[in-house]
Design a protein around this ligand. Structure first.
Ligand SMILES: Cc1cc2nc3c(=O)[nH]c(=O)nc-3n(C[C@H](O)[C@H](O)[C@H](O)COP(=O)(O)O)c2cc1C
Length: 332
């Protein structure tokens, strides 16, 4: 139940706080930066809906759309916590409305843990880093914390052994080869990447050249940018992490996105670079390979490269849609 003040008015964040929290939370990652979400505040509760007009054809069941929405749900809740609001969340509150992903009620929370504030502060610094990375600093100490963050979502986190890297490179190449002549996949990829001055999609500044990609190996093949040799002394040494769920339902996809967001923000708070990868889990042979690598009966969802960037420069942030496109408010 939403808390109410003495006059019975719901105790909820004021208008400027609401706008600031949604704006910052929508810095969340999403597949191809599609931002497939809509937020509605009804005066007492905040609701998250998926925007299925933004579902990709390469994502026929909406799995990555739901993971993206889970990521924005976790981002927004993290920001509200940092603004001293606890959020009670019911996921998929109405089984007849699968697009209604969450209903959130607010309670004042004067003393959120310092780690939550650190993750909220990290939102503006996190970005998808597709370049080669150094081994992640402080990794062994961080992994138990990452496992603690994903556990409440029912998600397993496995760190893949370096010895399987060549198999991941092969699976990565196979996922590219399987879609090389898939015109729908290719045209969609080109539509969402490489353009400037758009409020969505992946701009050229976030993409890498073929020479840079050759030193990473495990990555989605995007239209490449020409003649660039950043981090030219580095062969990728990122640690590769797999997030898996026990089932493959809408609810588990939302939880995967929330767990993904928690891991990305915790890594960013520890000054580590990250890159989420789903191209291998888009093809059934890739999913099978990953399940075998970790010897789990569950469902591989997202791979992540985590490493240390040798340069401190953060690139220009990827664009986001305007708040008016993603947020509606009805206060009486
Ligand atoms: C579900 C999901 C799948 C993604 N898959 C990939 C991928 O396969 N390869 C990749 O380089 N980035 C992938 N990303 C990262 C997005 O492209 C990135 O979040 C988006 O372009 C916004 O950029 P930013 O993370 O730098 O803010 C994925 C992100 C999510 C949430």
């Amino acid at each position: 139940m939403t808390a109410r003040d003495a006059s019975g008015v719901p105790d909820v964040p004021d208008h400027p706080t609401m706008l600031a929290a949604i704006r910052l939370g929508c810095r969340a990652p999403s597949v191809h930066n599609t931002q497939p979400w809509r937020w509605v505040f009804d005066g007492a509760r905040l609701h998250l809906y998926s925007d299925t007009d933004r579902q990709l054809s390469m994502d026929p069941h909406g799995r990555q759309l739901m993971i993206s929405c889970g990521a924005v749900l976790h981002h927004v809740r993290t920001v509200f916590a940092a603004y001293n609001w606890h959020t009670d969340t019911v996921r998929l509150p109405d089984p007849r409305q699968p697009r209604h992903l969450a209903a959130i009620e607010f309670h004042p929370w004067p003393d959120p843990p310092a780690e939550v504030r650190a993750r909220a502060d990290a939102i503006d610094h996190r970005y998808t880093d597709r370049l080669p990375m150094l081994r992640p600093d402080g990794w062994d100490d961080l992994v138990p914390a990452l496992r603690r963050l994903v556990a409440p979502h029912g998600i397993e986190l496995d760190v893949l052994d370096d010895s399987v890297r060549s198999r991941l490179v092969a699976a990565s190449e196979q996922s590219t080869a399987l879609r090389r002549y898939d015109m729908l996949y290719q045209s969609e990829l080109h539509w969402w990447t490489g353009h400037t001055n758009m409020p969505e999609g992946i701009p050229p500044s976030s993409l890498i050249s073929e020479a840079e990609f050759a030193r990473v190996g495990v990555g989605r093949t995007f239209p490449s940018v020409p003649r660039s040799m950043r981090r030219d002394h580095i062969q990728d040494q990122a640690c590769i992490v797999l997030l898996s769920s026990n089932g493959d339902t809408l609810r588990e996809w939302v939880h995967t996105g929330e767990a993904l967001s928690a891991v990305l923000l915790e890594c960013a708070a520890a000054s580590l670079s990250t890159c989420a990868l789903t191209h291998i889990t888009e093809v059934s042979s890739g999913r099978k390979l990953l399940a075998n690598l970790v010897a789990r009966a569950g469902f591989p969802q997202v791979l992540l490269r985590v490493g240390t960037a040798p340069d401190a420069d953060e690139p220009t942030p990827t664009p986001r849609r305007s708040l008016t496109d993603v947020f509606t408010e009805h206060r009486d």
